[in-house]
Design a protein around this ligand. Structure first.
Ligand code: SAM
Length: 320
């Protein structure tokens, strides 16, 4: 397990007024996040406020969005009620979907959770012996994730940062994006997916847990869309999440050096179309690093979440 990084307790020098109006936390919020335990300082914490300067930094030639986009999304407003809303909306199936992903982790797997939110799935990753890194721009969300884990939070590296600015010491065995790619507008999505792919080592996995991609049958597709719109409207109002249609990440992913390994779906309350799913992609190893690609992909192949009638996997994955 990585030893906890030194605690940085430097006081912010910039005045509160320097923070953007929409900031997801002020100094007072940063305090408890840091509070002697956090592995990011207040200065880091302030970066997540998406001030314009930070946006420029996050953009810096790599990011998929400009300043205006960067300032739009802020999930801190909903941190306290996020889990409750998610549970009411899906009867707890989102949590179940996310926990089931841990079946793909071999002990020691380095997993990056992008836009981890309240970190519902972190405990299951730790139970599987994985080494999780939790990344989010919202300090309020991260604080909830940390509180949820209690003393086990020591075994997770928390980064209050933007995915485009995240400096990984090395690519991860697995990158998980649960309901994360949805925070990007349609024109930004390809770059966001490319960024996630960049963070995965060759031969590693990218797991995308989200609303299931639109189905072929028109009635099922209409039901999916009807189910998707209420949260879209709600989160648009509460977090400034961009409007966009129900995404299908598969065509984009296939053009980004990713191969679809499995598509695990879940029904809500056991009926209807496959509302939610995890798309498991493996990053195609280049010839030079194929030999060194480790166990993440193979453990993913071996793992099965098909022990529930609500899950589909394998051959069905490509048709659905
Ligand atoms: C819809 S929530 C999903 C949270 C969690 N993964 C889940 O499944 O419930 C999206 C999360 O992504 C975070 N986020 C938004 N933009 C981000 C970015 N550019 N980099 C990192 N995190 C971001 C938000 O703060 C929020 O916590």
């Amino acid at each position: 397990m990585p030893s906890p990084p030194p605690v940085r307790s430097s006081r912010p020098r910039t005045p509160e007024a320097g923070l953007a109006r929409h900031a997801d936390h002020g100094r007072a919020d940063c305090g408890p996040v840091d509070g002697g335990r956090a592995d990011y300082s207040r200065a880091d914490c302030r970066r997540a406020d998406c001030r314009r300067a930070d946006c420029r930094r996050a953009d810096g030639g790599r990011a998929g969005y400009g300043r205006a986009d960067c300032r739009r999304v802020d999930y801190s407003n909903v941190a306290r009620v996020y889990d409750l809303l998610s549970w009411i909306y899906t009867g707890g199936q989102i949590a179940r979907l996310k926990r089931s992903q841990a079946a793909r982790f071999a002990p020691g797997t380095r997993v990056l959770y992008t836009g981890v939110g309240t970190g519902e799935e972190l405990a299951s990753a730790l139970d599987a012996g994985a080494v999780p890194t939790a990344l989010d721009t919202s300090a309020a969300m991260l604080e909830r994730a940390r509180t949820r884990l209690g003393p086990r939070a020591r075994d997770v590296q928390f980064h209050c940062d933007d995915v485009f600015a995240h400096e990984a010491p090395a690519p991860y065995d697995t990158v998980v994006a649960n309901f994360f790619l949805n925070v990007f507008a349609q024109e930004v999505l390809p770059r966001a997916l490319a960024r996630l792919t960049e963070l995965v080592r060759p031969g590693g996995l990218l797991l995308v847990g989200d609303f299931a991609p639109p189905l072929a049958h028109p009635v099922e597709r209409a039901l999916q869309r009807a189910y998707y719109w209420p949260p879209l409207v709600l989160f648009r109002l509460l977090t400034r999440n961009p409007w966009h249609p129900l995404y299908d990440y598969r065509p984009l992913a296939l053009g980004s050096g990713l191969t679809l390994l499995a598509h695990d779906c879940v029904r809500i309350f056991g009926f209807g179309p496959r509302w939610l799913s995890t798309l498991s992609f493996v990053k195609t190893p280049s010839p030079s690093n194929a030999a060194s690609s480790g166990n993440a992909a193979s453990s993913g192949n071996a793992a099965s979440s098909g022990n529930s009638p609500n899950f589909i996997q394998g051959a069905d994955a490509h048709q659905r």
